[in-house]
Design a protein around this ligand. Sequence first.
Ligand code: GLN
Length: 247
Amino acid sequence: MLSSRGPGSQVEVVLVYQSLLGIYGDRGNATVLMKRLAWRGYDPLLTVVEPGDPLPDTGHVYLLGGGEDAAQISAVRALAADGGLHRAADRGAAVLAVCAGYQIVGKTFTVGDQDEVIEGLGLLDVTTTRGPVRAVGEMLSRWEDADGEEQWITGFENHGGYTQLGPGAVPLAQVQIGVGNCNDGTEGAVAGTVIGTYPHGPVLARNPALADHVLSVAIGRTLPPLVRPEVNELRRERLSAVRKLAR
Ligand code: GLN
């Protein structure tokens, strides 16, 4: 975890490789973090990094989104060459990696009909291989926040890869509706300040408690609650939509 930062201080949100990992609208996660910081009196700074540009070593939170297989391979190669995401995780910055991003920060993932094995960054002890059916649809999972409070995460998943956790990673959440990691009842993975997860939505727009968790890791302190009626309304609507699927 980084040293504690209070209101008024600058917090840098790094959006990683939008041109490769931007097809599911996960950029919205950056918008949500910027807004939630500004509403609390912080000075948020958005840094957008594309392949070929070095990742800054000054970021407090690094965001990776979903993408197609070919883009995913380009992204992992560029990130491995850069080394900045490893340095970020080593110094305790928060990393939120969604879908293809999640697979990238794992140990290996496979692509194509020949199941070619691609090395990941190894920030999470997870491996991804082609699943029996593509996981597509709304999902709901149960997450326990840092205070042990039960929270519900909604989003939509769209992935062909199924992810298995090794002993060095713990699941982020338990699946109630959807496939999640690999139909084993688990969703996502956590190790230290690195979080991998499957839902798009963007996930932080739909799940403000998760957004604040990522921020509190990034700034090294718990944040006071925020009451935003429009955020609550979106949440109520998405929870009711996904719960109808369970009936
Ligand atoms: N290409 C990966 C898969 O299908 C990730 C897809 C995504 O990011 N939505 O498993």
